[in-house]
Every structure is written in structure tokens, then in C-alpha cells.
Design a protein around this ligand. Sequence first.
Ligand SMILES: Nc1ncnc2c1ncn2[C@@H]1O[C@H](COP(=O)(O)OP(=O)(O)OP(=O)(O)O)[C@@H](O)[C@H]1O
Ligand SMILES: [Mg+2]
Length: 237
Amino acid sequence: MDVLGQLTSSVAHDFNNVLTVLDCNIDLLKSQENLQEEQKNLLDNCIEAVELGSNLSNRLTKFARVEPLAETRVDLNAWIDSFGKLLNRSVGKGISIEYVLPADTMPVLVDATLLGVALLNLVTNARDAMPKGGKITVSLDKTNIDEAVDPVRGKDEKRTYALLQVSDTGTGMSPKIKERALEAFFTTKGEDEGTGLGLNTVKDLAQSADGFVQIESARGKGTAVKIFLPLYEEKSP
Ligand SMILES: Nc1ncnc2c1ncn2[C@@H]1O[C@H](COP(=O)(O)OP(=O)(O)OP(=O)(O)O)[C@@H](O)[C@H]1O
Ligand SMILES: [Mg+2]
């Protein structure tokens, strides 16, 4: 394993130890008698955050190539419906999230942990771009893409994609920033505020699922990040 891989595994390992301590203490608190409903809800939030932290550390371990990605069939529609609760809590006051989800199922083949990290990164970016508040829209749709704009498919192949889009009413990006935004370690944020890996993880997710990412953005006009993931075709038994 290279040096970056070793460092990543060791950070993931230490992080996991911290999470274990948190988990045990939350468990102890939850087992106390006479807890009020509101206190139980707050503890449930803590449990979900610890779970996400644990997923993130698994993701780090995968990044260090200790474990391969675990791609499984995920129904995007149901998955967003449930993951949305965590997203809603991550944006704070002044920002609302609207979900526009179709009625049909949207099966794709992805690593669910990476998908969660990617979506959380997109919502965090949107939040950071709206310091005075605003609106985030998370939408899902089916789309057939014109060969000319599909960087993944060959000429004669047609494929239907699930289009997962996160858009915001924030500052938007200049053409120069937009051009570099998907690069690893590209950031316009302060040293302690961003690593520049958020959108690169989104690209990583899309590529690992044989899909791709597009960004639409202009200064003062907000941003939309579109993730195209091939719909998973169920094989008949
Ligand atoms: N929704 C958005 N609105 C405006 N600019 C954005 C948006 N999303 C990303 N950007 C720009 O793209 C850059 C790269 O984003 P990315 O998520 O990869 O890294 P980061 O947010 O700077 O740091 P990190 O996500 O690692 O904490 C950001 O620094 C910002 O300039
Ligand atoms: Mg980011």
C-alpha cells in the first residue's frame, strides 16, 4: 500500500475508535429511564450521525484500496426518500430542500455508501453557496441521452439513465471554477473549510457505476449538478 493509502487507513482506524466511544455512550444514555420524547429523538439523530460517520470511514478504507467498492442494486427513489432525513438535518436554518421524486422505481448498481457521501457533499456545497439562505432541489428522473452528449456510450448503444440532480439558488460558479470543479483537491474555500474532494467523490461515484457527471452553473444563477447513472436492468429468472 502506498503512503497515502497507509495514512488514510490509519486515520479511518482512529476515526472508528472515536465513533465506538460515541456509540457506547449514546447506548448508555438511551438505556436511561424517564427519557422524554424530544430527548429520545435527539439521541436517534446522534445514532444516525454515528452511522454516517462509520460509513464515511468505511469509504476511506475503500479509498485506501483495502476493500473494493460494494456495488449493489439500489432503488434510488426509495433510497433518497429515506436518506433525505439526514440531508434535511445537514443544512440548518434558512435553507429548504425540496424533493422531486417520480412514482416509479429507479434501480441502479452503485456502492450505497459512496452514493450517500456524494449526495451529502452536493448538499453541503449547495449550503455553502447560499450563506443567506435559499432552496435546494433534489430531483430524480429517467432520461435517454443523445449519443452526441453521452461520453460513456458507444455510437450504436442506447441506454436509459437515472438522472439525479441537486440544484441550488446560490452564488453559482464562474466559467473557470466550473471547468476545474471536478478536479481532486480543487477548492476555492479556506484551508480549514474545504479539501476540494467533494465533487471529485461525486465523479468517482458516477464513474464507478459506468455513468457521468455534468455541471450547469453561472455566477448569480445558481448551480445544478447532474449525475447520470445507467438504469439497472433486472434479468428475468
Ligand atoms: N453548489 C455550488 N455552488 C457554487 N460553487 C460550487 C458549488 N459546488 C462546488 N462549487 C465550487 O467548486 C469547488 C470544488 O467543490 P468541492 O466540493 O470539490 O470542494 P470543496 O467544497 O471546496 O471542499 P470539500 O467538499 O472537500 O470540503 C468549491 O470550492 C466551489 O468553488
Ligand atoms: Mg464540497
